[in-house]
Design a protein around this ligand. Structure first.
Ligand code: UDP
Ligand code: MN
Length: 359
């Protein structure tokens, strides 16, 4: 099975933590496939060394160094940076088939059977089930497909203003790139692009519809608790989709639980978060300590990344600061599907806000 691999991506040291937990969880469940991590130059050398302990291959991808078409695409559309980075996974032609997994996923059992599926197989998105969620997908590396995707992204993909966060390709609102509530970025991400490119997913072949248990969003635990109670025990992959990632929580190693505000449903239903942290503390922290980089292992925000995110935003979005954006809490509720539709988040208010950006 040397020609098949699980593939993930990390563009900074925080996401590397996620990639490490993912890689370790795949090993724990005895995958027979290779593990590959794509990283960008922002990842520190020491984190890269740790990644090399867990992954068979750690591959540096730099969109600016890559082939002409990718470079050209980025010149025309700089806001596509992160999206195009994920597309690099199609370049891994040393493998005949791969399963891409976001760095904020972890496996709870062996999922090697996914390699029996064909491109493009993925599970429904919990927010819009006619779209697949791009956090877990089966694909076939191919330079031809890679180039087609790039071309598609730059030419056919007609995105709306990324500040507004709507894009005619149907992408999701993205999380704010920094913990500061006023700084939002709604950069169009890979999901809308991939769903438009592989547009027959919703209607043609049920074999390409992975069961939801292969990409169970951690928010589904509380957004559909009865279903979770009925089927949750079969979960194979959990996806910590959304603004707050496991590594942004603080973990108390004495009580073996995460700390947090009881208004946060992920804290009220912390089963998966605690599993993530358990894997992190048991398998990853010792590796980080060996490399002398475990200082902020159990704390949340990394200021270096805040700076990185802010500088990134100033490049990718013309005016990322929204003057009257709501509180952090309101944002979290919105992302969890608990919008105040009759009040502050009413259609009229949202429309007014969007109109004000379009002027
Ligand atoms: N990613 C990354 N750095 C970033 C943002 C994203 O490396 O700053 C990668 C990472 O693999 C991540 C994936 O892109 O899991 C998709 O982003 P994310 O998981 O944050 O989006 P969500 O699943 O919450 O929509
Ligand atoms: Mn994700």
């Amino acid at each position: 099975m040397a020609d098949q691999s699980f593939v993930t991506l990390a563009t900074n040291d925080s996401y590397v933590k996620g990639a490490l937990v993912l890689g370790s969880s795949l090993q724990q469940h005895r995958t027979t496939r290779k593990l590959t991590a794509l990283i960008t130059p922002q990842v520190s050398d020491s984190m890269r060394e740790v990644l090399e302990k867990v992954f068979d291959e750690v591959i540096l991808v730099n969109i600016l160094d890559s082939g002409d078409s990718a470079h050209l695409a980025l010149m025309k559309r700089p806001e596509l940076g992160v999206t195009l980075t994920k597309l690099h996974c199609w370049e891994l032609t040393q493998f005949s088939k791969c399963v891409f997994m976001d760095a904020d996923t972890m496996v709870l059992s062996n999922i090697d059977e996914l390699f029996e599926r064909e491109e493009l197989s993925a599970a429904p998105d919990p927010g819009w089930p006619d779209c697949f969620n791009s956090g877990v997908f089966v694909y076939r590396p191919s330079i031809e497909t890679y180039n087609q995707l790039l071309q598609f992204a730059t030419e056919k993909g007609s995105f709306d203003d990324p500040i507004i966060g709507r894009c005619i390709l149907g992408c999701r609102f993205k999380r704010p790139l920094t913990p500061a509530p006023r700084l939002w970025s709604y950069i169009c991400a890979d999901q809308g692009l991939l769903n438009t490119f592989f547009s027959s997913w919703a209607t043609t072949d049920m074999n390409k519809h992975l069961p939801f248990i292969y990409n169970l969003s951690s928010t589904s635990v509380y957004s559909y608790l009865p279903a979770f109670k009925a089927f949750g025990a079969n979960t194979k992959v959990v996806h910590f989709l959304g603004s707050r990632k496991p590594w942004n929580y603080t973990y108390d190693s004495k009580t073996k639980s995460i700390k947090g505000n009881m208004d946060d449903p992920k804290v009220v239903h912390p089963e998966f978060l605690n599993m993530w942290w358990d894997t992190y503390m048991t398998n990853i922290l010792p590796l980080l300590e060996q490399h002398g980089i475990a200082k902020e292992a159990t704390t949340g925000v990394n200021m270096a990344e805040v700076t990185e995110a802010v500088s990134h935003m100033s490049v990718s979005t013309p005016s990322p600061v929204l003057p009257t954006i709501s509180s952090e809490e309101r944002k979290e509720r919105w992302e969890q599907g608990q919008a105040d539709y009759m009040g502050m988040d009413s259609f009229d208010n949202i429309k007014k806000k969007l109109d004000s950006y379009l002027q």
